[in-house]
Write a protein that binds this ligand. Structure first.
Ligand SMILES: Cc1cc2nc3c(=O)[nH]c(=O)nc-3n(C[C@H](O)[C@H](O)[C@H](O)COP(=O)(O)OP(=O)(O)OC[C@H]3O[C@@H](n4cnc5c(N)ncnc54)[C@H](O)[C@@H]3O)c2cc1C
Length: 501
């Protein structure tokens, strides 16, 4: 059986590599993957660029990491034999700053997401006003909004992040931390963002503990108990919340493509329409060719999937169309350490919307990861755009790079005349799906309709999680769905899935 996969991001490659494993287990399965861009990886894009004086920058322009709690990347890395190539973040330089009235304020110790769990750091931080600190503490006594009936879940009690945080912790907690976190991590606007889809555990915590602060304190206690019970082995691997690969995140994408079989992968070729001819599927390509297939996996961004699904099921297409996507850009720049401020022991800066800055966030890549820049150089990444400021993206690449540079002068004290030794702008046009209120209901309905279309499956970050592990797993699930539709129960992988840490 022949399956066409549309889209060569981590989801499409997850599907391809899964099909390859099924073929290697002795089944008659082949695939063709088509990717519109001339490269694979989608939102994972590592640029390896030499410095004129020697050494190289490993610059991740899109995703630079994955959450280690979600095991899909580890599992696939083990299958590929590249688990030892993973690298954790440099946690000795872990500080995060928040911009307040143009100055940097360190994130207070004990903040779990945007809820305080330590009294003294909350009392002494300049991040919040005193009335805001008292308002946050009221979370301990404000009753639940409602008590859920037996069997109900967060999905039945969805609300926007804005409403939820203001209700529990107050407006300043939203403006100073929850909003920049949502914008920085997910490219979301809290006014529309679905808590049930992005952070269901927050709604669960309110139910279980009657308070976010109590919920996070309980979570912290559990983590501490686990650490005591399973201490890190001497010489063992460091546990970090985020991981990547020594050669950048694109490394895993490239190895997946190698293992799946590059001879089945075509780049620079898009799919323009999907149709049926009896039991067979037909995928029209931008080259004018038509591919015949027994099944199709669509692993593109939501807006592209909506266009392609129109030829399959109008109901699916119109539901996918309701998933909005925001655009952003990242400016990657390297400077001489002599041009940088003396304190480089931090990972990131978040700039809240209330600060009205073009630069919404900064990651100090060479302090967050080992070996991202040659000795004596600093690699930094600035975020521009996102749902709060799409207009800034109308500027040219050179203008955006210069904008990011001048903002670094203001924010971190980069020398005003510092010239980047490496600079590259990455644009992510409609690159981040927004999980708006009611997202899970829409995805349930999409999946219900998709289940009724044999030989057709959707994958990607638009449905059940934007993280790299979620997207990878969605591709594997899509491959398995179409195999089952074709009457083949996919065999289990040779290594059993288990927690790595
Ligand atoms: C700036 C940025 C930073 C991020 N940081 C992180 C992070 O640190 N950690 C994390 O877990 N996640 C992060 N993410 C999110 C994560 O990278 C993505 O959710 C994930 O990589 C998406 O994978 P995907 O395969 O679903 O989609 P994509 O990577 O978008 O791949 C879809 C592919 O489909 C192709 N395509 C579209 N239409 C067609 C067509 N008609 N025919 C053929 N091909 C087509 C596209 O060209 C694209 O390559 C970040 C995202 C961005 C933009």
């Amino acid at each position: 059986m022949h399956i066409v996969i549309i889209g060569g991001g981590i989801a499409g490659l997850g599907a391809a590599y899964r099909l390859r494993r099924v073929a290697d287990a002795g089944h008659d399965v082949t695939f063709t993957l088509v990717e519109r861009d001339d490269r694979l990886g989608g939102k994972i894009f590592t640029d390896v660029a030499p410095d004129p004086d020697g050494g190289a920058y490993i610059a991740d322009g899109g995703s630079d990491s994955f959450l280690t709690d979600k095991t899909a990347v580890h599992r696939v890395a083990k299958l590929l034999g590249i688990f030892n190539e993973e690298t954790g973040t440099l946690d000795e330089t872990k500080k995060t700053f928040i911009v307040k009235r143009g100055r940097l304020v360190e994130m207070p110790d004990g903040m779990m997401m945007f809820a305080p769990t330590k009294l003294v750091p909350l009392a002494t931080t300049r991040l919040y006003s005193w009335p805001a600190k008292f308002r946050m503490a009221l979370d301990l006594i404000i009753p639940r909004k409602v008590r859920w009936a037996e069997g109900e879940t967060a999905q039945q009690h969805d609300e926007t992040l804005e409403r939820f945080v203001v209700r529990r912790l107050g407006r300043e907690a939203l403006d100073r931390l929850a909003e920049p976190l949502a914008a920085g991590v997910n490219g979301d606007d809290p006014k529309d963002m679905s808590v049930a889809a992005r952070y269901p555990m927050l709604l669960d915590m309110e139910q279980q503990h009657g308070s976010l602060i109590r919920g996070f304190l309980a979570q912290r206690k559990k983590v501490e108990e686990m650490r005591k019970k399973y201490p890190q082995k001497p010489g063992g691997r460091r546990r970090t919340m985020f991981s990547s690969f020594n050669a950048g995140l694109q490394f895993v994408v490239d190895r997946m493509a190698d293992a799946a079989g590059r001879e089945h992968i075509r780049t620079g070729v898009g799919a323009s329409a999907i149709g049926r001819a009896g039991d067979a599927w037909r995928v029209r390509l931008t080259t004018g060719e038509t591919l015949e297939a027994d099944a199709v996996v669509v692993a593109t961004e939501a807006w592209a999937a909506a266009e392609l699904a129109a030829g399959v099921d109008a109901g699916i297409a119109s539901l996918i169309e309701t998933i909005p996507c925001s655009s952003c850009a990242t400016a990657l720049m390297a400077f001489d350490v002599a041009d940088c401020p003396s304190d480089l022991a931090w990972h990131g800066i978040l700039s809240p919307m209330v600060e009205k800055r073009a630069l919404t966030g900064v990651t100090l890549m060479s302090s967050k990861w080992p070996n991202r820049a040659p000795e004596g150089r600093v690699l930094v990444r600035g975020f521009l755009g996102g749902p709060r400021d799409q207009a800034v993206l109308e500027k040219s690449d050179a203008e955006l790079l210069e904008l990011a540079r001048t903002q670094l002068v203001e924010l971190i004290g980069l020398a005003p005349d510092a010239r980047p030794r490496y600079a590259r702008l990455f644009r992510w046009e409609r690159g981040m799906p927004q999980y708006t209120l009611g997202h899970l209901d829409r995805v349930d309905e999409i999946e219900r309709l998709e289940a009724g279309v044999a030989g057709f499956a959707l994958a990607g970050n638009a449905y059940r999680g934007v993280g790299v592990p979620n997207a990878l797993e969605s591709g594997e699930r899509a491959a398995e769905k179409v195999l089952r539709d074709l009457g083949l129960e996919p065999p289990a992988d040779p290594v059993e899935e288990r927690r790595v840490y």
